[in-house]
Design a protein around this ligand. Structure first.
Ligand code: ZN
Length: 183
């Protein structure tokens, strides 16, 4: 397993709608393992394939080390689609490994129903709520080229402009390896 460098705002692959997986290959399984290792190393709770530069609709999630979610097994979601949202919405703080040191409250539905495939191409339909539902929405957004900051009001986002410029220019450090365009 390898720790992969994480792509940051505003690399073009983070704005892409990623390609659906048609078959499970050894390379894809290897990528999933690397993504789990990379997420863990960065102390993240979710990571999408384009955040490590790969154009495949796959994301990994692990909230098991977060209080209140103990015992939740790590997930690998292939071609995930949100099929239903709860009516109730709640705002909670989010961050993103591709946007180091930026955090903001994002309003999202509390619960979701997600359909996805696992690494054996077995289909699952899963209902999630609270933190897990939030992470699923954040990660599935990535697979469609969407950042959590895209959900913010323009005024709130404008306050982040300078930091976003610093990130896109690579003028940042993080506690985990970053991919720097041109490097
Ligand atoms: Zn993210």
């Amino acid at each position: 397993m390898s720790i992969l460098p994480i792509y940051t705002f505003d690399h073009p692959i983070l704005r892409k709608r990623l390609k659906l997986v048609e078959e499970i290959t050894d390379d894809l399984v290897g990528l999933a393992l690397d993504m789990h290792a990379t997420m863990k190393n960065a102390e993240g709770i979710g990571l999408a394939a384009n955040q490590v530069g790969q154009d495949v609709a796959m994301t990994v999630i692990d909230v098991g080390h977060i209080k209140g979610n103990e015992g939740m097994t790590p997930l690998t979601l292939i071609n995930p689609v949100i099929e239903a949202f709860s009516d109730e919405e709640v705002a909670d703080e989010e961050g993103c490994l591709s946007l180091p040191d930026l955090r903001a409250d994002v309003l999202r539905p509390v619960g979701v129903q997600v359909r996805f495939y696992d690494l054996e191409m077995k289909e699952h339909v899963m209902e999630a709520e609270k933190l897990l539902a939030r992470v699923m929405q954040h990660e599935i957004d990535h697979l469609n080229g969407v950042y959590f900051i895209d959900h913010l009001k323009p005024m709130r986002r404008a306050l982040m402009k300078r930091r976003l410029q610093e990130i896109s220019r690579g003028e940042i450090e993080a506690e985990y390896p970053l991919y720097r365009a041109g490097s």
